[in-house]
Design a binder for this molecule. Structure first.
Ligand SMILES: Cc1cc2nc3c(=O)[nH]c(=O)nc-3n(C[C@H](O)[C@H](O)[C@H](O)COP(=O)(O)OP(=O)(O)OC[C@H]3O[C@@H](n4cnc5c(N)ncnc54)[C@H](O)[C@@H]3O)c2cc1C
Ligand SMILES: *[C@@H]1O[C@H](CO)[C@@H](O)[C@H](O)[C@H]1NC(C)=O
Ligand SMILES: *[C@@H]1O[C@H](CO)[C@@H](O)[C@H](O)[C@H]1NC(C)=O
Length: 533
């Protein structure tokens, strides 16, 4: 950071826009660091959690199903996940934390082939042979042989697709594999996403070794150092949670790939919000319509209030409307994609194909994909093959003898940028097509029950054996895209905020923080809370 961030004065006021996980954790850290500061959280809706939402339905047979409408798993490699686990510890909710082992059945991943079969990403010799024999890697191998001899290019950002086309001489790797991975993370397009932002290590390998292969060999020889704890986590241990022991926690998490929460991820924002109740001023149903960081004013309806610092956690295209500043509007604008999410539940295990259990599958760009399917998550497998990390765990809906199937279809994303976003009956038709084509679930054999956000089911409903419950939502502009040029934009945003507003506003959330995942958002909250406290 170039300019020093001004500390909030004693008994000062901070406005937080948005009660999603970013706004909540930012307030949580600030509250611990500086109990004198008065925090006001403005939230346009009536609930906390933002995209994190675990919908619960009572099946009237003694069991309850929850459908994750947004995020569901947290990657353990992210430092933010360590932080989240410690917060849950502090809030007495460790019984919720379930972990998945790296060698678990539910960690198997698949790619959808052009003939609509699931091809396992190798996890054994047998699957490796099948993968190599499938044909999807033929051109990749050809390209790799010549890779060390291809010249490197001058420094300039380019798309993931351009980068690999240059290195490998063809698009096989991007079209058949890498595009699928980024469908899963960003719902984004490899022809647009920035290689500098998404694969900084690859760019570095080319830069220092002239070739990815040569670079990878050199790395192997020199060995890799274990990652060290970031400074923000060390400060967190010193100033917020003296009992946290991240090194110990890391040991405990060895071999664990990801975590989930037994009653749904929404447990996390709910627990943080409950801990803030009484000490933080929550304003629900309060949409902020104008802000001026130079005076610290925040406008809601007709009232204007003044603050020493404004924390925005909202979509930055929306934020630029609140600022009404053309220069900022330009740099803050990002492309966001919309995702159609369909949660599907059956009482019997009829959806996930026999012998192909796992985390789910992703659809590469090479797939002729009329429904714009990005991928499918096998939630019930994730639930079945995760176990409590701490001793006092609660038992959830999935006893080892239950047999339900639950999956989530992710549809749309960047594909919707150049087509019409479907609505109503068209959405239902596309979901039906996917179910029939890939899972062999037909309307003639099953009773498909659709739920859309405008007509929610009652929270209690009985399901029959051949009922297929399908609950869908179109999440508009839900994921910002780190497209070519993003890093430059990000640097410009932070320098403009310093020069124009003397850092009296800061940005959290997915757009210009540490990344799009929940752990990234929580790390960004911590970093900035430490700065102004
Ligand atoms: C479909 C989907 C799946 C995902 N899966 C995963 C996953 O498995 N793992 C993972 O780590 N991450 C995942 N993510 C990312 C994760 O959801 C985000 O990182 C996280 O939820 C962002 O939280 P936030 O608080 O920054 O933003 P939001 O959740 O967007 O919160 C912003 C809040 O601001 C409010 N608001 C907006 N405008 C105003 C205004 N003008 N005034 C007042 N309030 C306003 C909104 O109502 C909202 O509550 C997924 C995201 C999506 C969309
Ligand atoms: C740290 O742990 C000790 C012993 O378990 C406990 O008494 C103390 O309250 C904890 N401190 C904090 C800040 O949580
Ligand atoms: C859940 O996992 C167990 C193994 O731990 C397996 O036997 C069972 O078939 C799985 N259930 C479902 C519905 O896949």
């Amino acid at each position: 950071m170039i300019s020093k961030v001004r500390k909030v004065p004693v008994n000062g006021r901070v406005a937080v826009i948005g009660a999603g996980i970013s706004g909540l954790t930012y307030s949580y850290f600030l509250r611990k660091l500086r109990p004198d500061i008065k925090i006001t959280i403005f939230e346009s809706s009536r609930r906390v959690g933002g995209w994190i939402s675990s919908r619960k339905i009572d099946l009237k047979d003694g069991s309850e199903v929850f459908l994750e409408k947004g995020p569901r798993t947290l990657r353990v490699v992210s430092d933010g996940t360590l932080l989240i686990i410690d917060i849950l510890k502090q809030l007495g909710a460790t019984d919720q934390i379930y972990g998945m082992k790296k060698d678990s059945v539910a960690n198997r991943k698949y790619l959808l082939t052009n003939t609509n079969e699931l091809l396992a990403v190798p996890y054994s010799t047998k699957t490796a042979i099948r993968f190599l024999g499938s044909g999807i890697v033929n051109d990749v191998l050809k390209g790799l042989i010549l890779e060390p001899f291809r010249s490197k290019r001058a420094q300039r950002d380019e798309s993931v697709a351009q980068f690999f086309r240059r290195r490998l001489g063809n698009d096989a790797l991007t079209n058949n594999i890498i595009s699928a991975i980024y469908h899963g993370i960003y719902a984004g397009d490899v022809a647009q996403l920035s290689v500098q932002s998404l694969m900084p290590k690859m760019v570095e390998l080319e830069k220092t070794h002239g070739s990815l292969l040569r670079g990878a060999m050199a790395k192997r020889k020199s060995g890799t150092k274990g990652p060290v704890l970031p400074d923000t986590l060390i400060q967190y241990s010193q100033k917020i949670s003296p009992n946290s022991s991240f090194e110990e926690l890391k040991d405990q998490l060895k071999g664990i790939n990801l975590i989930r929460l037994q009653d749904g991820l929404e447990t996390f924002p709910n627990a943080v919000a409950a801990s803030l109740k009484g000490s933080v001023d929550f304003r629900f149903g309060s949409e902020v319509t104008h802000i001026d960081p130079s005076t610290g004013s925040v406008k809601v309806d007709n009232g204007v209030e003044k603050f020493d610092h404004i924390r925005s956690t909202i979509n930055t295209n929306k934020l630029s409307e609140l600022l009404q500043d053309d220069e900022m509007k330009n740099v803050l604008s990002l492309d966001y994609v919309s995702v159609l999410l369909a949660n599907i539940y059956t009482k019997k295990p009829v959806i996930i194909p026999e012998g192909q259990h796992g985390f789910g599958f992703l659809v590469p760009k090479s797939h002729p994909n009329e429904e714009c399917l990005l991928g499918t998550i096998f939630d019930s497998d994730i639930e079945n093959y995760t176990d409590p990390i701490f001793q006092n765990a609660i038992q959830g809906q999935f006893s080892k003898t239950s047999t339900y199937n639950k999956v989530t279809l992710m549809i749309g994303g960047h594909f919707y940028n150049d087509r019409n976003v479907p609505s109503g009956k068209i959405i239902e038709k596309k979901i039906k097509n996917i179910l029939q084509r890939i899972f062999d679930i037909r309307g003639t054999d099953y009773n498909l029950i659709f739920e859309n956000p405008a007509e929610l089911f009652p929270d209690k409903m009985a399901l029959k054996a051949n009922d297929v419950l399908i609950s869908y939502n179109l999440h508009e502009n839900c994921i910002p895209q780190y497209n070519v040029g993003y890093e430059q934009k990000k640097a410009l945003v932070s320098s403009l905020i310093a020069s124009k507003y003397d850092n009296r506003i800061s940005l959290g959330g997915m757009a210009f923080g540490e990344g799009v995942g929940v752990p990234d958002c929580v790390m960004s909250s911590l970093g900035h809370a430490l700065e102004i406290a």
